[in-house]
Design a protein around this ligand. Sequence first.
Ligand code: ARG
Length: 293
Amino acid sequence: MSTTLTLNPNLATLAKRGLQILAIGAIGLLAACGKKEAPPAAPVAASAPAPAPAKVYVVGTDAAYAPFESQNEKAEIVGFTVDMLTAVAKAGGFEIKFVNTPWEGIFNALAQGDRDMLASSITITDERKQTMDFSQPYFDAAQLIAVKETSKVAKFADLKKLKVGVQTGTTGDEAVTKLLGKTSTNIKRFESTPLALKELEAGGVDAVVADNGVVVHYVANNPGGKFKTVSDAEFTPEQYGFAVKKGNAELLAKIDAGIAKVKADGSYATIYAKYFGAAPAAAPAAPAPAASK
Ligand code: ARG
């Protein structure tokens, strides 16, 4: 009986010590866990604050528009517009990323904020200015007619009774709609300009009306198509601009600053010559005259 009594204090001590060890262990574990969960305050405080990543502006372009914007074998978007805007962005101090965007949804993509800007050989028009803002003009253009070599078409008015292919919603579409009438079934609308030109080759349309630079490039690169071009002074002079969402004055200012720099330092003329053979007589500098409508 007494043994039990004498042993008890020892056991109690052992038990106490055991609990103490367990408790210390538990505290240690808790401390370790606590350390893991706590944010590593020291290293962050010690290092320099990370610079905010530069904003990369997403640029929408319908890359079926050589030599302005098209895709090469590696599916990279290339062309005059790409070289031009890349130089403008560098000069203006901003970063860009081109994203192929179908023409038919391109203005909507800008309005919705899916694209920060558009660089797609877009003609500055009064109508478009209602829903988006344009940079200073960077390229002069006009409509040009493509027909088969054997065609009798000599001027725009000659298309009045013919089947004419256009890219939907372009200034070419507008011009042809004006000439043939809104309800004309002779206007064949295509989702891209090359598709309209293919249809001309196939004989499905008698003519195509589109931007001169693209028509000239297509005709030169498709000798098998046996095309010729017909120009007409009746076509309204057009100017291309980069478009931003209405009210995006911050980005617009950067773009315009970049355009002014590349025109002044000669890089615009170099890029122009790379694609069009000769430097422009004078780079467009004045605000675009209202094209069409
Ligand atoms: N300049 C014409 C317009 O603004 C045609 C532009 C088409 N551009 C393109 N990448 N498909 O209507």
